[in-house]
Structure formats: C-alpha cells, structure tokens
Design a protein. Sequence first.
Length: 103
Amino acid sequence: MGKIINQSIASDSYIRIEGHTDSVPMKGYFYKSNWDLSVMRASNVAQILINQAGIKGDKVSATGYGEFRPKADNSTDKGKSLNRRVDILIMNSKFNEVENNKK
C-alpha cells in the first residue's frame, strides 16, 4: 500500500491519515478512550508510510476522530466493523488553512 501511495502522489501532494472507531466504549487500560485508539490507528499507519514506504514525514499528518464520524450504523456488528477504520486522504494542499496560517 505504501509503495502504491508513494508512486501515485505528486511531489506537491500531502497525505492525511484519519483514524476512526465504532461507538463501543473502551474498557481496557491501554487506551483511555475511543479517541485515543483512533489517534493511535492513524499514527501507526503514518509511521509505516514514513518508515517503510519512504514517504517524507513533512508530507504526512495523522488525526483521530474516535466514534464521531461513523460511515455506518453502530447498532449492528457489520456497521461497527465498517466504522473501525483508517482513511488515507491524498490532498493537493497542505493539511488545511489553519495549518498554513501558522507559518
């Protein structure tokens, strides 16, 4: 996957990785919340793209949305499984206007 992304993106493209979860609250001690889990999902994918696929770190951002941006209904097992995901977005501008205005 990383090699395909690396070969497909233009030199001025940026990659945003978004982690998501279902709506079932976390019960373990490793992650405090679904939000934490979603951030770690995105961060793990970002690290793989940087460390194994050779994508430059300044081209990558990772964020988590927890259960707050579902693709499917969380009342079914199938819906929950669809909501446990990582989305990879290839963008032609850096992250967003707020990020650009920090410079």
